[in-house]
Design a protein around this ligand. Structure first.
Ligand SMILES: [Fe+2]
Length: 192
């Protein structure tokens, strides 16, 4: 057992490793109920969520990843995000499948599709296709790698949100891509 495993006893990391070895569609089908269940698990809430909520209350900072739990060779990554009021990510995608579920409060997800064919370097023409508020009772949202999951997540509310994200194996060297809608720009994101 690695030191990381011991620091997050409320999560079955052997299960996450097995999940990461499944084909994408099957992994997503299993990851969604897993996360929806995890965010309601009293042991997980007490050990992982409550301390973060207490630490984040009343602070005025940007969103951050408070806890990260990585599998071997980027096989999976379980991350707990804290969303102070008024914070949001850039529009981005991931080089892996991903599933996330809100644990505290609610977060807004905006989803985009790409209209161009990707042939122009650093250029992406995006169109917003939907937005949804997610809270714990709504279950998990999921993204496919690359163009299959271009989105932005934020917290437009006035109380702290916390969400738990699970990403599968990376399909490339980079973590994903960041987009700038104002100038149709896209670039690689090296670090998550
Ligand atoms: Fe994302």
């Amino acid at each position: 057992m690695s030191p990381g495993t011991m620091s997050l006893p409320a999560v079955d990391t052997n299960y996450l490793q097995r999940l990461s070895e499944l084909p994408t569609e099957l992994a997503l089908r299993q990851a969604s109920p897993f996360l929806a269940h995890l965010v309601k698990d009293p042991i997980f809430i007490e050990a992982e969520i409550r301390p973060l909520l207490e630490a984040a209350s009343g602070t005025e900072i940007d969103w951050y990843v408070a806890k990260r739990y990585q599998g071997r060779d980027h096989s999976y990554s379980l991350q707990i995000f804290v969303w102070p009021p008024g914070t949001e990510t850039k529009i981005h995608d991931h080089s892996s499948w991903g599933v996330y579920c809100c644990a505290v409060g609610s977060v807004l997800e905006e989803r985009y599709e790409r209209l161009d064919d990707g042939s122009r370097l650093d250029h992406a023409d995006l169109k917003k296709i939907w937005q949804l508020m997610w809270s714990r009772e709504d279950g998990a949202s999921s993204v496919l790698p690359h163009d299959g999951g271009i989105h932005r997540i934020g917290n437009p509310g006035d109380s702290v949100g916390i969400s738990v994200h699970l990403y599968g194996p990376r399909l490339g060297e980079v973590d994903g891509r960041d987009y700038d809608l104002s100038c149709d720009y896209v670039c690689d994101r090296r670090e998550d």
